[in-house]
Design a protein around this ligand. Sequence first.
Ligand SMILES: *Cc1c(COP(=O)(O)O)cnc(C)c1O
Length: 395
Amino acid sequence: MKTESDLSRYFGDFGGAFIPESFIPILDELEAAYLKYKDEPGFIAQFDYMMRDYVGRPSPLFYAENMSKDLGFKIYLKREDLNHTGAHKINNAIGQILLAKRMGKKRIIAETGAGQHGVATATAAAIMGMECVVYMGSEDVKRQEPNVFRMQLLGAEVVSVTEGSRTLKDAMNEAFRDWLTNVENTYYLIGTVAGPHPYPTIVRDFQSIIGKEAKEQIFAKEKRLPDYLVACIGGGSNAMGLFYPFLNDEVQLIGVEAGGRGPQPGEHASSLTYGKKGVLHGSKSKIILDDYGQVGDVHSISAGLDYPGVGPEVAYLHDEGRLEAVSVTDNEAVEGFRYLTRMEGIIPALESSHAVAYLVKDKKRFGKEDIIILNISGRGDKDVNTINQLSKKNR
Ligand SMILES: *Cc1c(COP(=O)(O)O)cnc(C)c1O
């Protein structure tokens, strides 16, 4: 297994940089800058300072006593929902903007689907005094109006993309185009452990603060390693962040994918379970493909899991048998949302609710002595309306 300092281009068969040649020098510049700054004491101190005093870290590791009693094993919640802006995405946004500053860039660009990465990026750009442009498919602009307004309040310009299917894929293409034109002063900030090398590594490293803290916290509380780590998987950044510091330990890793409305094509977003090898967003990974080999349609009740691929390292760990992938449907996730809310007084994001729901659904597999760390990747205030609409419909 790899060490923390390894910046490898490939993870087994997965990863790489499958993009037009003109991007190679740009990505080389990014890799060189990252290698230069990532271990520099001044850079680390600044990241640590922002994590502590701005984001509010360390996030607590909370013993979920009610849930543990109810399910019959020990569950600890890693509370990423308590971070400033309400999810784990801010860890990476701050890390990359600090890197951009060191590289002398003045302008940050990003693409966003549901708007959550856009909001995290706009937030980090505001505090760091950087210009910020967020590309978003025009369909998503319509569907995610509150997040568009939030980004604008934070000073970002939101560019509505009307090409293609007018969603995330098209927004990403526009962002790459912008980057190529404006690379002198512009940094492209990717929000999950996907994209061409070196992004999957950079994002994983900044997010691994989750697992580093969790490891210290569980040793302080239980004097031993946990038996399982459980996290939801969209692109895989909150999962990799929690898992990475435990990769070489005897700890089982479970990634929970969006099972949507069922296993039929177009009804889910379970890239590890149903995906095939292919190239998406500049790297080789497991991707949902249709019968023609094109990127297929995906669905999930949670906007953050509605992604037709997964980061290359996640695909690699799954292929190697190191990471187990399970799937939870929309309905089960809604039950998980209600369950944690009632049991612990914590309203989880619908994304994180998938991970909660898995423990409820498969509780018989765990033993009384088992210790589980469950990543609560974000808070669910943003999803309360969706749940309310559902209850009205079912009444
Ligand atoms: C974006 C998001 C996710 C999914 O992204 P990953 O990269 O897989 O972590 C999960 N939970 C929340 C709260 C999110 O905002």
